[in-house]
Write a protein that binds this ligand. Structure first.
Ligand code: DP6
Length: 332
């Protein structure tokens, strides 16, 4: 393996952080190209990440995937489709061995597909001898998983839904570096194991059966504008109000689907109240929840200990993890 990022290398390793959306992606405009129906804004984390090795292997009949040390043939189609995008650009047909490891639970609503596809694209690009721009990387990663387009970048990130029929303007870009507003995240894990209804199925069901889906989509441009300006102004109170509103609105659309999508358990709701109580008492913290029962509390660094103590005291919280904001997908 060579060390220069410019050189062709057949084996490459990349690390990408998970990200959580503060203004959520929920719904698709084009399922084939995986173009989202709405833009989104997220934060990339440094402590929850995926590390992926891509080894281009001549003579291999099909790609191979090891996830956390176990063969995952059920995920291979999505991985191969993403690698195909890179192979097409590199004008090669060689298959690859992919070994990927998450340092956090997989498929439990903790953004493993985001960090997973971002790391895959970053490593795959290098392994196939390509040099993509960050924007091109984001476009390729989006086709693996919409949220992965954001994990290409660090800090605060905005994903543009775009309007082009070919998805060429559907990519993420950085909004603010983590060093410019070093918020922290405390994650309350309230259930382990893979979630029942993945976000892809949940989105489709919401779009086709929720009476609130159209309102959700229509409300996103003003929420994105508010989120963007709150982040640029580093206005914690404005971001807190907006992020909780946007999260609850996404869940309202999901709850009203048929059959309903209830991603929360009792502890999720207790954590939500605990965060609201803290903020009412003057602690700079807000919550967000994705397609799973874990609650993510975003706070200013000086409040981390008090947030951890409050969430640890909630019955049903199994464990906490804490993260600062982190960098985008990188080779290592
Ligand atoms: C609730 O990016 O996992 O976390 O594009 O189908 O792979 P696909 O969906 P995915 O959806 C993420 C949904 C969410 C909100 C968000 O991260 O913006």
């Amino acid at each position: 393996m060579t060390t220069s990022k410019q050189e062709h290398r057949e084996v490459a390793r990349a690390r990408a952080g998970a990200n959580f959306a503060l203004v959520k992606y929920w719904g698709k405009a084009d399922a084939r190209l995986n173009v989202p129906a709405v833009g989104s804004i997220s934060i990339t984390l440094d402590a929850l990440f995926t590390e992926t090795t891509v080894e281009v292997t001549p003579g291999l009949a099909r790609d191979e995937l090891m996830l956390n040390g176990t063969r995952r043939d059920e995920d291979l189609a999505k991985i191969s489709a993403c690698l195909d995008l890179l192979r097409r650009r590199a004008a090669v047909d060689t298959r690859a061995r992919v070994a990927s490891r998450n340092n956090f639970p997989t498929g439990a609503g903790l953004a493993s597909s985001a960090s997973g596809f971002a790391a895959l694209v970053r490593a795959g690009e290098a392994a196939f001898g390509l040099t993509l721009s960050p924007r091109e990387r984001s476009i390729v990663a989006r086709q693996g998983s919409g949220s992965a387009a954001r994990s290409i970048f660090g800090g605060f990130v905005e994903m543009h839904a775009g309007t082009a029929a070919d998805g060429s303007d559907s990519f993420a870009e950085p909004l603010l570096a983590s060093a410019d507003w070093p918020l922290e995240v405390v994650i309350a894990v309230t259930a382990k194991g893979e979630k029942e209804i993945g976000s892809r199925t949940g989105m489709t069901r919401s779009a086709t059966s929720s009476p609130y889906y159209a309102a959700w989509v229509a409300g996103q441009p003003p929420d994105l504008a508010t989120g963007r300006s709150a982040i640029r102004a580093r206005d914690f109170a404005a971001l807190a109000e907006l992020a909780e509103h946007n999260c609850l609105k996404m869940h309202a659309a999901a709850l009203a689907a048929r059959p309903p999508l209830v991603y929360w358990n009792g502890a999720t709701v207790e954590c939500l109240h605990a965060v609201r109580r803290l903020r009412a008492g003057g602690v700079p913290v807000f919550f967000t929840i994705d397609a799973g029962p874990q609650l993510k509390a975003v706070c200013e660094p000086g409040s981390r200990a008090v947030v951890e103590a409050a969430l640890r005291a909630v019955p049903g919280v199994l464990e906490l993890s804490t993260s600062a904001l982190g960098p985008g997908a990188e080779l290592y």
